[in-house]
Design a protein around this ligand. Structure first.
Ligand SMILES: Cc1cc2nc3c(=O)[nH]c(=O)nc-3n(C[C@H](O)[C@H](O)[C@H](O)COP(=O)(O)O)c2cc1C
Length: 199
C-alpha cells in the first residue's frame, strides 16, 4: 500500500493535445494560481515569483508572437514541426507565464551577502516548485498543461506588451486547457537506480 496517493501524482502529465475550457473555468484557474502563489515555499520566504495568466486574445497573440519569432529563426522540417507544436499551444485555453522578479533577487543578495552565490539557484528552485504546484493543481481539476521555454525567443518586448514591470524576468510558459489527447505511456528508469534507503 502506498502512503501517498499515487493516482493524484501520476495524473499530472505533459499534455500537448489541449483544447478550450468553459469560461467558468477561468476563475478556477486564476484562484488555483493565486493559492499556489500564496502557499508555495520560497527561499527566505522571499516570494520572488510572479505570474501572468493569459486568456482569450492575449493567449492567442502570445503564441502568434512565438510563431513569428520561430519563423524568423528556423526553417525546413524544424519549422514544420515547430508549427505543429505552436498550433497545439494556440489551441489551448490559456497560457500561464512564470516570471522571477529580479528586484527581489538583488535585494536578497544584498541583505544576505553570505548566500549570494546560491541565491539565484534557490529562487529558481522556488519558481520550479510553484510551476509544479500549479501543474499538479490543474491536473487535479482535470485541466491538462505542459511546460514550455521560449524565453530567449519571446522575452524581448513581452513586458512592454503586457505592461509588466521591467524587473519581471520570464522563466517558463504553461499552456493549459481541456485534455483532447491523452499522453503516451511514460517510461520510467528503475527506482532501484534512483532511490536508496538507509534504515
Ligand atoms: C525544468 C523542466 C523543463 C521542461 N521543459 C520543457 C519544454 O521546454 N518543453 C516541453 O515540451 N516539455 C518540457 N518539460 C516537460 C518534460 O519534458 C516532461 O515533464 C517529461 O518528459 C516527463 O513527462 P511528463 O511531464 O508527462 O511526466 C520540462 C520539465 C521540466 C521539469
Amino acid at each position: 500500500m502506498n502512503c501517498i496517493e499515487q493516482d493524484s501524482l501520476s495524473r499530472r502529465r505533459s499534455i500537448y493535445g489541449l483544447g478550450k475550457l468553459s469560461s467558468a473555468a477561468d476563475h478556477c484557474v486564476i484562484d488555483t494560481v493565486g493559492d499556489c502563489l500564496l502557499h508555495c515555499p520560497t527561499a527566505f520566504n522571499a516570494q520572488s515569483a510572479r505570474v501572468a495568466v493569459l486568456l482569450g486574445r492575449f493567449h492567442r497573440d502570445f503564441w502568434q508572437k512565438v510563431w513569428e519569432k520561430m519563423a524568423e529563426n528556423i526553417s525546413g522540417n524544424n519549422l514544420k514541426n515547430a508549427k505543429i507544436r505552436n498550433d497545439g499551444f494556440a489551441a489551448a485555453h490559456g497560457t500561464i507565464l512564470f516570471f522571477e522578479d529580479t528586484k527581489i533577487l538583488a535585494a536578497f543578495k544584498k541583505k544576505f551577502s553570505l548566500y549570494q552565490k546560491n541565491m539565484k539557484s534557490w529562487f529558481g528552485q522556488g519558481n520550479g516548485i510553484l510551476q509544479y504546484m500549479v501543474w499538479q493543481s490543474l491536473a487535479e481539476n482535470e485541466i491538462g498543461a505542459s511546460l514550455q521555454h521560449y524565453n530567449e525567443l519571446i522575452a524581448d518586448g513581452l513586458n512592454e506588451w503586457l505592461d509588466l514591470p521591467k524587473s519581471w524576468e520570464l522563466v517558463a510558459q504553461m499552456p493549459f486547457g481541456s485534455i483532447q489527447k491523452e499522453p503516451a505511456a511514460k517510461e520510467f528508469l528503475p527506482l532501484e537506480e534512483r532511490l536508496r534507503v538507509f534504515e
